[in-house]
Design a binder for this molecule. Sequence first.
Ligand code: DX5
Ligand code: ZN
Length: 212
Amino acid sequence: MLEIAPSVLAAHPLHVGADVDRLVKAGATILHLDIMDGHFVPNLSFGPAMVKALRDAYPELVLDVHLMLSRPQDFVDAFIRAGASEVTIHSEAAGDLPALLAHIRAAGLRAGLSMKPATPAASLAPYLDSLDLVLLMSVEPGFGGQALMPQTLPKLKQLRDMGFQGTLSVDGGVNRENSRQVIDSGATRLVMGTAAFRDPDPAALFRALQRP
Ligand code: DX5
Ligand code: ZN
C-alpha cells in the first residue's frame, strides 16, 4: 500500500495541533517532520520539542524525521529521545554517515538517507545496505510550497536497479495532480506538505491517492 506522510512544516504555526489532528482523523498514520538548521538549508523550522509533543499526543503514529542539518551527528540523539520512528540524514552532510546510520538503527529506529535534486543516485551506492529509506528531494530543500522537479524522479528506478529494496519516499511539491507520475516512477511513500494541509477534504485526498 502507498504510504502518505503529511509534512508538518505546512501546518499553521499558531495551530499545529489542530491542523495535525484534522489529518490524523482523516486517516494519516505517518507524519513527516522537517528539521532545518539555517546552514544546510536557508531556513529554520522546529526542533526535538515538536517531535516529543507529537509523540506524546500520538503514540501510534510513525514520526518520519528529515534532518536538513550540516552536522546531523549533533542532533540525532535528541530526536531519538524525542520519539522519532525514523531518522533521515542527508548524503551531502558532513560526518561519518555510515556510523550515524548504524547508530540510528542500533537505537531501534529506521534509518534514511536523503539526496538533493542534483545529487546522483549512484552516490548512495555505498550506503544502500545500511538504509531502510531513501528520501528523494524533488525540490531544493528548505521551503514548502515549491513546484516538483520531474527530472529528479528517474533516480527512483535507478535506486531499484542498484538493488535497494526499502522505502522510496519523494519529498517536495507532490500533489494530487502529479501523484500518479510520482507513483509510476517508483515512489512507495509520498511526502505532502501544502497539498495535504491545505486540502479541504484530506480523507478524500488520501482515498484518491490509494486508487490504482
Ligand atoms: C522541503 C521539505 C518538505 C516540504 C514539502 O525542504 O523537506 O518536506 O515540507 O512541502 P510541499 O509538499 O509543500 O512541497
Ligand atoms: Zn522533508
